[in-house]
Design a protein around this ligand. Structure first.
Ligand code: COA
Length: 388
């Protein structure tokens, strides 16, 4: 039985900052950000948006009313959790009006956990093939103003339906997971911003890619020639280039040319949004399927990496109806509004964060349906504006 990704949908905030504006504000050469890091824009997060509202927006785009009733389990993968105890998935389940007889849970391992969620979902569907599992990767990548990581911020969510006989990607049996206790990126409970040893994390990422890819080839007997593309976790798009070039080296044959062209196709949407942490690999996959040279029946490799660290390499076969399962990625990115550096910084500093007191945010008129209206009695107030 084929099991895999039946459809995907993406949501981000309605605002972005250009990397030219950020570079100017930080006294850097714009080409460092545009070429050296490989980012053009990053999502700007208003205080009324967070991982719950982004996840709900992606889920709302994904599900038909019929599918809403068929979801047996919702797994929200995030490293930007808004509660140390209660699962983000419970709020999202309410906003999406899923059946009360639904299993709802949140999982975490930095940028990797969406891949774990997909593998767990595969197991659930293998046990009960009629079940549909909703996996949503949702994050706000927040490093801090004037930090080295600032240029690699971003925000958004990717919702995926994992089913039998999927329309987009049938996931193959072999996968290689690899874990080691490494301090390359972490966020202590008392901090709103991530702590990162940036250069070290890029080296660990490449090492984990090599470890998992080498073992995958040993287990399957496959080589690069068996793949039409490799999709990488993209905390910033140059990271994928570093990993691919570590494998390709001096190669410039047709396979290497195809791999490089399809990496550019994967990077296209990620350049516009910035880091989604858990969702980056899957926004990259959507971008690859929309912009790349890929055909049904071809194999796509996926490398997932979460600092701390966990990596996984796995693969899937592209299915014939894949275009129908992708939504309106390009239109959505084009519809966002540009904000200047001062507005970005104002939004950055206006987040609810670790505040304890009651807060009421002004209701936005930016078209976002699900909002964080504030906090009352230590409870976050999530509102569906279509219901008011
Ligand atoms: N034109 C073109 N390229 C330029 C440039 C210019 N004017 N100025 C610098 N660059 C290049 C550098 O050569 C470098 O390229 P390389 O990585 O291929 O060598 C790149 O831009 C980045 O410059 P660097 O000086 O290394 O940047 P930095 O010290 O600000 O650190 C990160 C970059 C990614 C380490 C930092 O943004 C970070 O910590 N990010 C968060 C961590 C992260 O995302 N880790 C990923 C693994 S999960």
């Amino acid at each position: 039985m084929k099991i895999g990704i039946d459809k995907l949908a993406f949501a981000t905030t309605p605002y972005y900052l250009t990397m030219e504006d950020l570079a100017q504000g930080r006294g850097e050469d714009p080409n460092k950000y545009l070429i050296g890091i490989g980012q053009d824009r990053q999502a700007v997060v208003p205080p009324t948006q967070d991982v719950v509202t982004l996840a709900a927006a992606a889920g709302e785009k994904l599900l038909t009313n019929e599918e809403r009733d068929q979801v047996s389990t919702i797994i929200v993968a995030t490293e930007s959790g808004i509660d140390n105890s209660k699962a983000t998935a419970i709020y999202v389940k309410r906003l999406l009006k899923l059946n009360d007889f639904t299993r709802a849970v949140e999982i975490k391992e930095a940028c990797y956990s969406a891949t774990a969620a997909i593998q767990f979902a595969r197991g659930l569907v293998a046990l009960k093939p009629q079940e549909k599992v909703l996996v949503i990767a949702s994050d706000v990548a927040r490093y801090g103003l004037n930090t080295g990581g600032e240029v690699t911020q971003g925000a958004g969510a990717v919702a995926m339906l994992i089913t039998a006989n999927p329309r987009v990607l049938a996931i193959e049996e072999t996968s290689v997971a690899y874990a080691k206790d490494v301090m390359d990126f972490w966020r202590p409970l008392y901090s709103e911003e991530a702590m990162v040893d940036g250069k070290y994390s890029t080296n660990v990422y490449i090492d984990f890619f090599k470890q998992t890819w080498t073992r995958y080839q040993q287990l399957t007997g496959q080589t690069l020639a068996d793949f039409t593309a490799l999709a990488f976790h993209l905390p910033f798009t140059k990271m994928g280039k570093k990993a691919l070039e570590a494998e390709l080296g001096e190669r410039d044959d047709t396979i290497a040319t195809r791999m490089r062209a399809n990496l550019k196709a994967e990077q296209a949407a990620c350049r516009q949004v910035g880091n989604l942490y858990t969702g980056s690999l899957y926004l990259g996959l959507m971008s690859l399927l929309v912009n790349g040279d890929v055909q049904p029946g071809e194999r796509i490799g996926l490398f997932s990496y979460g600092s701390g660290s966990e990596g996984e390499f796995y693969a899937g076969i592209l299915q014939s109806g894949y275009q129908a399962g992708l939504g309106d990625l390009s239109e959505q990115l084009a519809a966002r509004k540009r904000v200047d550096l001062a507005t970005y910084e104002k939004n950055f500093n206006a987040q609810l964060g670790l505040k304890e007191e009651d807060v009421t945010f002004e209701t936005p008129t930016d078209g976002q349906r699900f909002i964080l209206a504030g906090q009352k009695n230590h409870q976050r107030q999530y509102v569906d504006l279509n219901e008011d």
